[in-house]
Design a binder for this molecule. Structure first.
Ligand SMILES: [Zn+2]
Length: 98
């Protein structure tokens, strides 16, 4: 009986060890992914600011040299630069481009 109990204890300890190990791996992966996402968002925000918000919200095409109200030549989405700027500012959590 004692042997069976201690065997159950060893099994439970192994299970706890596996759960803790997986949680460590999982949280480390989440941290790496969120940092990668953050870097990508910063890079995109920098590009959008350089182009004064004239970047297609759907495909990322630069619309700076195009008319204020037109359709994106890359994906065909219609845009209006002022509305686009407002949308990018909201995405970046900013109030103005200045
Ligand atoms: Zn587009």
């Amino acid at each position: 009986m004692w042997a069976a109990l201690s065997l159950a204890g060893v099994k439970a300890a192994k299970l706890v060890y596996v759960i803790v190990a997986w949680q460590l791996i999982y949280s480390t992966l989440l941290l790496i992914i969120s940092k990668m996402g953050r870097r990508a968002r910063i890079a995109l925000a920098r590009e959008v600011l350089e182009r004064e918000g004239a970047v297609c919200f759907e495909c990322g095409y630069c619309l700076k040299s195009l008319p204020d109200k037109y359709t994106c030549p890359e994906c065909g989405t219609s845009y209006e630069k002022t509305a686009l700027q407002a949308r990018w500012l909201e995405w970046m959590g900013m109030k103005s481009l200045a």
